[in-house]
Every structure is written in structure tokens, then in C-alpha cells.
Design a protein around this ligand. Structure first.
Ligand code: PYC
Length: 332
């Protein structure tokens, strides 16, 4: 049938959109969110495309569905949807979803101020602060994050050789530090990020495949994180995260910040307990921290946390009607 009506709460996390879809959920097969995500991709991807792509969305559009908990200790589960697909984990998406779900009364935590959330990449522990009926800030303890490959070199047409690391923070990131052929993202325009990121991502994908050692469904170099000098007071570093085909994250990117902290930890540049204030391309900030050190299949990993804020700005009802030739959206 591939049509339906979806009620949505629209919010943004530090500038990046979060469309929390509160009705029209398909029933998904699977015991874990990882399995449910694969079922959604196989059978219901048209819903993502309709709600994320133009004309109902745009290149940066990102959203989520709430599902019942998969684990006994969890309050609920999140399925992330966005223009690039169904991410295993999304930090800005979690902060926006938690904010919208709490403010609208969609979720009632077992313990006030705390939530446990199942996501496809694993489980999150979340704490939040309220100010009246508004959520002031959300802190999530993310899945174990680790440096996967370092000092890879790829030829990027127009730039030349670029050296980069690949780290996992819920998604796999190519992380590029300033170097001879890249002056730092603070010296770059958005057009340059959009021009060179897909070229570097393609070159990285051609070098090797990036697969989570414990869950092969978590694989693929999906994001590029360019680093540089910060502009906002209090920031430790700046970044521009590229994802999908044309998106630059307006938030400082939760999974990207987790991957960056894992990379810095592995390189001896950040320690347990250190905070790391990461600035987005528009200057908004997340505060990251290395909570502890752990192991993933014999590899040293960190348990990172990310703190940020979101604002709900509206609600809408989206109709996907097959009489509309663009019912399932388009990308240009
Ligand atoms: O915050 O993790 C994140 C994220 C991923 C893609 C866009 N934002």
C-alpha cells in the first residue's frame, strides 16, 4: 500500500533537525533494535524516504520512531531514520527525541531524570535536566567507541593525498586533521566540505571495509569528519560532519564526537575524565567526556558521553498519498 498518515513533532538539536514520528509505526520483526532496523530497511524504507526526502524533508532531515523496549532494563527503543538511511546510532537524534518525547508526555521514565534506551548499535544510559515543562539538557552515555584504523592515505581529486583515521562512535567516521593538503575546516566553506567529502568517503571505502567486530550489521564508512580550530569560546575543537549525499551536520554530531574522542584517546591526546567541547560548523556545542575505558573484541575502547540541548518548534501531520507522484520523495 505504501501510503499513510504520520503525526510528527519537529525539533532541532543544536541546529540539526529531528522529526520524531509519533504515529504510523510499522510493526517490526526481530528481538533487538539491530534486527528491527534491518527489517525496517527491508520492508518499510519507503516511509523513511517519504518523511525525510524532499518535498516533505530536505538533505539534512533526520528523524526517529519510538518502539517498546527490547531489553528488560530499558524504558523504550529508538529507530533512527534520515536521508542517508537508518543509522545504527545518532547522538543529535537521541537528544532531540528524548526532549520531544519527554515534553510531549510520550514517555514516562521509570526513574525521573534517567532513561535507558535500546538503539540498533546497543544501549544508552541517559540523564536529563528539566526547567519547568522544558528539557534543559540531555546527556547520553554512548556505545563503546574505538579507533579502528589509523594513518590511512587516499588520493582525493582536487586536494591530493589525504591522511585520515577511521573511528567508530556508533557509526564509522573518516577523521581528517589539518595537514598539507587540508588547511582545517575553519578555513573551508560549506561548498568545499560538500565537494571533497564524498570523494574521500569513496576513496576510503575502496581501501577496505569497516565492520564492527561484534555485529556485522554495523558496517560501512558512512561519515566524514573534518577537524579544525574552533571559533566559539569554550570549544576545544571544531568539526564539520558530512553524511548522506549533501548533508553537513548542523549539530556537533554525537557519534562523530564519540569517534573523535576515541581517536584522541588512542593517540594519547585525551584521558578518562577529560571533557571535550566539540563545535559544529555553525558554532553550536556538545560537551563530550570519556567516562571509562572498556574492551570491544580485544580492542581498547572508550565509553563516551555527550551532552547537549534541543528545542521543539512544531508539530505536523504528513500525508503520504500515492496519487501524489512525489509521495515517496526525491533527491536532487
Ligand atoms: O549526532 O550522531 C549524530 C549524527 C549523525 C548524523 C547526524 N548527526
Amino acid at each position: 500500500m505504501k501510503q499513510g498518515t504520520f503525526f510528527c513533532i519537529d525539533a532541532h538539536t543544536c541546529g540539526n533537525p529531528v522529526r520524531l514520528v509519533t504515529s504510523g509505526h510499522p510493526m517490526l520483526k526481530g528481538a533487538t533494535m539491530s534486527e528491527k532496523r534491518l527489517d525496517f530497511i527491508a520492508r518499510f524504507d519507503w516511509i523513511r524516504q517519504a518523511l525525510m526526502f524532499e518535498p516533505r524533508g530536505h538533505a539534512m532531515m533526520s528523524g526517529a520512531f519510538l518502539y517498546p523496549p527490547c531489553s528488560e532494563n530499558a524504558d523504550f527503543s529508538i529507530l533512527f531514520i534520515e536521508t542517508s538511511g537508518c543509522l545504527p546510532m545518532c547522538g543529535h537524534g537521541t537528544i532531540g527525541t528524548v526532549t520531544a518525547a519527554l515534553e510531549s508526555g510520550l514517555v514516562q521514565p521509570k526513574i525521573p531524570g534517567q532513561l535507558v534506551i535500546d538503539v540498533p548499535a546497543g544501549q544508552l544510559s541517559v540523564t536529563y535536566e528539566m526547567s519547568g515543562d522544558k528539557v534543559r539538557s540531555v546527556k547520553l552515555v554512548n556505545v563503546a567507541s574505538f579507533l579502528y584504523a589509523k594513518d590511512l592515505v587516499a588520493f582525493v581529486p582536487g586536494l591530493g593525498d589525504i591522511t585520515f583515521d577511521v573511528a567508530y562512535g556508533g557509526n564509522f567516521y573518516a577523521i581528517v586533521e589539518p595537514q598539507e593538503n587540508f588547511p582545517g575546516v575553519d578555513q573551508w566553506s560549506a561548498a568545499q566540505v560538500l565537494q571533497y567529502s564524498p570523494l574521500l568517503r569513496d576513496a576510503g571505502r575502496a581501501l577496505q571495509t569497516f565492520v564492527h567486530p561484534l555485529d556485522p550489521s554495523l558496517q560501512g564508512l558512512s561519515h566524514v569528519l573534518w577537524t579544525g580550530k574552533p571559533k566559539t569560546a569554550g570549544s576545544d575543537a571544531a568539526n564539520a560532519v558530512f553524511y548522506g549525499e549533501k548533508a553537513i551536520d548542523r549539530s556537533p554530531c554525537g557519534t562523530g564526537t564519540s569517534a573523535r574522542m576515541a581517536q584522541r584517546f588512542a593517540r594519547g591526546l585525551l584521558n578518562v575524565g577529560n571533557s571535550f567541547v566539540h563545535e559544529s560548523f555553525i558554532g553550536s556545542q556538545f560537551t563530550g567526556c570519556i567516562e571509562s575505558v572498556t574492551e570491544v573484541a580485544g580492542m581498547t575502547a572508550i565509553v563516551p558521553s555527550i551532552q547537549g540541548w534541543a528545542h521543539v518548534f512544531g508539530a505536523n501531520q504528513i500525508c503520504v498519498d500515492n496519487r501524489d507522484p512525489y509521495a515517496h520523495g526525491f533527491e536532487v
